[in-house]
Design a protein around this ligand. Structure first.
Ligand SMILES: Nc1nc2c(c(=O)[nH]1)N[C@H]1C(S)=C(S)[C@@H](COP(=O)(O)OP(=O)(O)OC[C@H]3O[C@@H](n4cnc5c(N)ncnc54)[C@H](O)[C@@H]3O)O[C@H]1N2
Ligand code: MOO
Length: 388
């Protein structure tokens, strides 16, 4: 059995970068920027007022000014401001030529068209110079997953169409005679397919385009039929049938269809029977059927592969560190990803770690990572975890 890190290396070695496409800005959130983009304009494009008040050349308490005009956002005052003159101005409006300061209206007494500066005059010019946010040509680097803040910045830069990586198309195949879809009436020996739904959600939330294929039954013909439906998928994920039982047909069927196996079985818990290889133009990952194994492998292997397909550096799932809130016994010969809860006291591993228990995964917010042969750990020792 290979280690998790070796399995990741073999997965990354199979990744082929995806093409790019251009999408409207409104659809760019969550997508990966494919190449650097440059601001098409300077922001603000003119010196603008940060406050509502009066634009003047200079100001001191007691000084009086005649109000000669108004500058509003979208409608500038044309012409200069001279000594003894003031222009009524509003937030975001262009500062008139000659003005060096905006006095906020709270610091002014106005009578008719005359203003007098009060004693409480605050320091500061309240002017935002042209380009104080960014200048034309300023770049946003790629690759980068575009979040709401990036979208606002791109809009401000007047970038209406955004070059992004095409979403990885992922075909999800559940296998097993015992499975029915949520909402269907299961027979006495049947259960509901959960893994494809959890993985679909995980993939969609991380920039992929997942697609559920019909459940494959435990026959060669049914699996071959399912593989025949993968169409133009970049990644095919099978779930279940990966182990050594008589009905575990995924590896033999995929290999009969031409899969070049990169590995089968990883020294991890849960997730041991993981397999992978290339199947014609697609990459294939065979996940174990136990529901928690499938989801943990989703976090540990599938998401890093998706990120690599999207042009991000090949890297394992990001880890953080936190102290243990309770002691832990020694770990065995497989890297263990333990469902755990992280709160202000630290990390506590769940008591029950059986890989069938989705209810325990549902209450966890971290996967505590135990290296192979990790010794017993005391409360307070700091360990790695993957946030969930
Ligand atoms: N003799 C051995 N038996 C097993 C070994 C082993 O090394 N030797 N490995 C165990 C480990 S570890 C795992 S993990 C499982 C994985 O087996 P498979 O990948 O072949 O998965 P199945 O047998 O098809 O299913 C296991 C379990 O998960 C349920 N399942 C499957 N698909 C789904 C789905 N889409 N949604 C919900 N639940 C699903 C299935 O009903 C089974 O209960 O093998 C161990 N056995
Ligand atoms: O390693 Mo299996 O994935 O525990 O249940």
């Amino acid at each position: 059995m290979i280690t998790v890190s070796e399995a990741l290396d073999r997965l990354f070695a199979q990744v082929r970068p995806l093409p790019t496409e251009v999408v409207p800005l409104i659809e760019a959130a969550g997508r990966t920027l494919a190449r650097p983009v440059s601001a098409k304009r300077t922001q603000p494009p003119f010196a603008s007022s940060a406050m509502d008040g009066y634009a003047v050349t200079e100001a001191a308490p007691g000084q009086r000014f005649s109000v000669i005009g108004e500058s509003a956002a979208g409608h500038r005052h044309h012409g200069p401001v001279g000594d003894g003159e003031a222009v009524r101005i509003f937030t975001g409006a262009p500062v008139p030529e000659g003005a060096a300061r905006v006095v906020i209206q709270e610091d002014v007494a106005r009578q008719g068209d005359t203003i007098t500066i009060l004693d409480r005059l605050e320091p500061g010019d309240n002017i935002r110079p042209a380009g104080t946010d960014f200048a034309e040509g300023a770049t946003i680097d790629a690759p980068r997953i575009l979040g709401p803040n990036d979208i606002a910045l791109l809009a401000s830069m007047n970038i209406a169409r955004v070059p992004v990586m095409r979403k990885p198309r992922v075909a999800l195949i559940s296998t097993g005679d015992e499975l029915v879809m949520p909402g269907e009436a299961p027979g006495p020996d049947q259960i509901i397919a959960s893994n494809t739904f959890g993985l679909h959600a995980l993939l969609a939330a991380h920039g992929a385009e997942p697609r559920l294929l019909p459940i494959a039954r435990d026959t060669r013909a049914s699996l071959e039929h399912a593989f025949g439906l993968i169409a133009d998928a970049d990644l095919v994920i099978t779930i279940g049938g990966a182990s050594v039982g008589d009905h575990d047909l995924v590896a033999p069927v995929a290999e009969a269809l031409g899969m070049e196996r990169a590995f089968h079985k990883v020294a991890m818990r849960p997730g041991k029977p993981l397999m992978s290889g290339r199947l014609n133009d697609a990459m294939m990952i065979g996940l174990p059927g136990n529901p928690v194994s499938a989801m943990v492998c989703g976090h540990v292997f599938v998401l890093p592969v998706i990120r690599a397909m999207l042009g991000h550096p090949a890297a394992s799932a990001p880890r953080l560190r936190a102290p243990l809130a309770a002691p832990l016994g020694p770990n065995g010969p497989r890297e263990h990803y333990m469902r755990a809860v992280l709160n202000k006291d630290g990390l506590t591993a769940a008591e029950r770690q059986d890989s069938s228990l989705l209810s325990v995964l549902g209450t966890a917010n971290a996967l505590l990572v135990r290296p192979i042969a990790d010794p017993a750990r005391r409360k307070g020792e700091v360990l790695d975890y993957l946030p969930l």
